[in-house]
Design a protein around this ligand. Sequence first.
Ligand SMILES: Cc1ncc(COP(=O)(O)O)c(C=O)c1O
Ligand SMILES: [Zn+2]
Length: 397
Amino acid sequence: METTDAYDGLECVDCGARFDPEEGTHRCDDCGGILDPTYDYDAVDLDRETLAARPFDSMWRYEELLPFAREAAVTMDEGATPLVECPDLADELGVGRVLIKDEGRNPTGTFKDRGQTVATTAAVGHGASDVALASAGNAGQAAAAYAGRADLDAHVFLPARAGFTTKAMVNVHGGDLTVVGGRIGDAGAAYEEAVEEHDDWYPVQTFVTPYRHEGKKTMLYEIVEQLDWEVPDAIVYPTGGGVGLVGMHKGATEFRDLGLIDEVPALYAAQATGCAPIVDAFEAGRDVHEPVEHPDTICGGIEIPDPGASPWILEALRESDGGAVATDDDEILDAAIAVAEREGIEMAPTCAAAASGAWELADRGEFDGDETVVLLNTGAGNKEADVLRSHLMGQGI
Ligand SMILES: Cc1ncc(COP(=O)(O)O)c(C=O)c1O
Ligand SMILES: [Zn+2]
């Protein structure tokens, strides 16, 4: 497997054991912990001018800080998404600037493409023939798309309540779709059972492959570069498993350690009240979440009752001096509609938790008057137009 110069292996976040990327493919062999790619940062020769001279055309423009070379990547030029100024929202929140990082402009309409491009590249490097995962929907669609491009078979387990678009598109990409009655936990259980039976399936599951958060860290690189190297005061992120949040914290730390920026932005996890294990743990001052027994939110992507990486997520929130906020489904849907009406940007319900979370944080006085606040629109609103439209119907519209 061909790796980039500075990439020097995988490290277990729990026990610190190290693995060669050739042999270490998923979780830690010693303790089962999550593996994190590490780099020899002295071997990374990147400055602001070098980056500015490159076209803003794909997340792979940061290849020195990714495990694999752009040339070898299974890529559709994902990333390099716009950071859209939202003056109306800035007025509403009473802050200097609000910008939306619009991840809806990715090949399959969500930020999941950033994870799958790296994870699929690793799968190819490891000689896999099949990839497999359980997902709330978007990651499954992305996995099927990248697997198709790499000529791999994708086995995708989605809960019955996953959105129609994601289910349909898994099929359209030629994936093997299993729809499981119930919710994400049920899809996860069916997936685990199937993986036991098929030892040739290469998992591209959240935090089972070390490469999904690695791809998502590029969101942070892009945000600061798009802000001309100004670090935003706050980034609000719709948090389920926390892959993107952990990734962005890693990205910020790397840019800081490389001297490209001076500080890391405050990261805020936004969740739905019906499933908010991270918010609960943050508010209670705990280092780890307690599983939510009866999760219930319309926001499927963040209905993750038992996020295994919670210690890492909570550490990122605290280390960055950020926070956590939960809002109700109704407020989240109202926020999606307000953003679409007033700024034109289409946020899916899951993603709009970041907008309604930002509203709530502003009400609590968390921001001061001249702050720059970035909201992550992790996926396109038109993937769940039916959910947004029926919210209007509920209002007689
Ligand atoms: C649109 C969208 N936003 C956010 C998330 C949550 O992602 P993370 O695991 O990074 O918290 C998901 C996960 O399915 C999603 O589909
Ligand atoms: Zn370990």
